[in-house]
Design a protein around this ligand. Structure first.
Ligand SMILES: [Zn+2]
Length: 435
């Protein structure tokens, strides 16, 4: 009996020494950051190690093993996370001396992984828009669809305003944004993108960035109003005020790296030649002014549609300093669909049929504006000005899908473009024969 005890103790000691000798590295923290390119998860370690990783499905996840490492961190859960990453947690490694971390993502995401000093980072990127690279002197290529970014306000830890019976603004506005998106996507020539698709938080200043990445032609932020007394009611539409627009312009002007992003081809040319600050300022000025004019026009169209389905709180567009509306290159408006603090309007907003009506009117406002002034290069512009219709191939397109969309046959498209096979590539422009 005594002998056995000694043996057990000795073997325990031996095992402890082994692990202690091997596990020299410690992981002290895991953090999640939202960047303009997507989401970055960082692990702080005492020293870099030779990591290995693999991916799994259901749910989609990235598993990283860190050899001879010990550590702990607070699990990053869904409530705190963002549109790409769902959860960051630990798991049991195959080798007991390893430390295993798991990053769960909402879908199959592209990522890059690497070290900066003793920090292991994983960068998940928003899918880049499928647009061919621009060379100097070429007309910028744009998708033939007009792209509408719908921004449901608040989300995640930020509920927005809360109604008298406990209705959360964040849920109401996401529901309306999704209904508007359905209507847009059912309209040929229009395509909707959502800044958030679920209940998670995005900073207001990041929302125009997302819209730009998705190549949006318009950003509509959807909110519900609130006041300290229950009386105020009705919808309103908001634009960026001039003072904020000017201070944003000055900020963009200082940020030279952003110039070509904002000005497309023109910015690129200026960047490659001697950059002329006066010219740059003029171009950015013109762009801001044109966006502001479009924002004003669309606000008017939106108000006249909203007027048909709900009471208006203000009959003309209102101006404010709002971070979500600061893109100088994308017309941007904010729609307050009603006062959630008003008991009658809270009840209406909880009623699906009322939200459908609001979505209808927002959709009509968008259609009315773009029918009158479609952006150059879009299907709607081609139709309005009787130009030959062209389709730019984007990811996921096939000849049969394109044919279906324009209600022509696959063969007609092939003949019209002298295609020998069914193979098409992203960025290719196909002439669409007229029915
Ligand atoms: Zn709000």
């Amino acid at each position: 009996m005594r002998q056995l005890k000694v043996y057990v103790l000795a073997s325990t000691l031996y095992w402890c020494c082994c692990v202690a000798a091997l596990a020299q590295t410690t992981l002290s923290n895991a953090t999640l950051k939202l960047t303009s390119q997507g989401t970055r998860v960082e692990f702080s370690l005492s020293e870099p190690v030779k990591h290995s990783y693999f991916t799994l499905q259901n749910p989609h996840r990235l598993v990283i093993d860190l050899p001879n490492t010990r550590g702990q961190f607070s699990v990053i859960t869904e409530r705190k996370t963002d549109r790409l990453v769902q959860k960051v947690r630990t798991s049991t490694p195959k080798k007991p001396s390893d430390f295993r971390v798991v990053i769960e993502t909402r879908a199959k995401e592209d990522f890059t992984i690497g070290w900066t000093g003793t920090t292991l980072w994983v960068q998940f990127s928003d899918p880049p828009p499928s647009v061919p690279k621009l060379s100097v002197g070429q007309q910028p290529q744009r998708p033939t669809d007009i792209i509408i970014a719908l921004d449901a306000g608040h989300g995640g830890r930020d509920p927005g305003s809360v109604g008298p019976t406990g209705t959360y603004e964040k849920h109401i506005v996401l529901s309306i944004a999704k209904k508007v998106a359905e209507r847009i996507n059912a309209t040929p020539g229009l395509r909707a993108v959502l800044t958030r698709t679920d209940d998670y938080y995005i900073k207001p200043s990041q929302r125009p960035e997302i819209a730009r990445q998705k190549m949006a032609d318009l950003l509509i932020s959807i909110h519900a109003d609130a006041f300290t007394t229950p009386q105020p009611s009705g919808a309103s539409v908001w634009l960026l005020n001039n003072r904020r627009a000017n201070s944003e312009l000055a900020k963009w002007l200082r940020n030279t790296e952003k110039h070509s992003e904002l000005l497309g081809g023109a910015g690129k040319i200026l960047e490659e030649t001697e950059e002329d600050e006066f010219l740059m300022r003029t171009l950015l000025d013109m762009q801001t002014e044109s966006s502001q004019q479009s924002s004003y026009q669309i606000s008017k169209k939106m108000l006249s549609e909203l007027d048909k389905v709900t009471k208006l709180h203000k009959k003309s567009p209102q101006h404010a300093s709002l971070a979500v509306l600061t893109a100088p290159d994308i017309p941007s408006i904010l729609v307050e669909v009603g006062f959630i603090s008003n008991p009658r309007e809270e009840k209406n907003l909880n009623w699906a049929a009322h939200r459908e009506r609001l979505a209808d009117s927002i959709h009509k406002g968008i259609v009315n504006f773009f029918r009158a002034s479609p952006p150059e290069g879009t299907l709607w512009a081609m139709q309005k000005y009787n130009q030959p219709v062209e389709h730019m191939v984007s990811t996921g397109d096939s000849l049969s899908r394109i044919a279906q969309r324009y209600r022509v046959s696959v063969n007609a498209i092939k003949q019209h473009n002298r295609l020998k096979s069914d193979v098409i590539r992203v960025g290719q422009r196909l002439k669409i024969p007229q029915g």
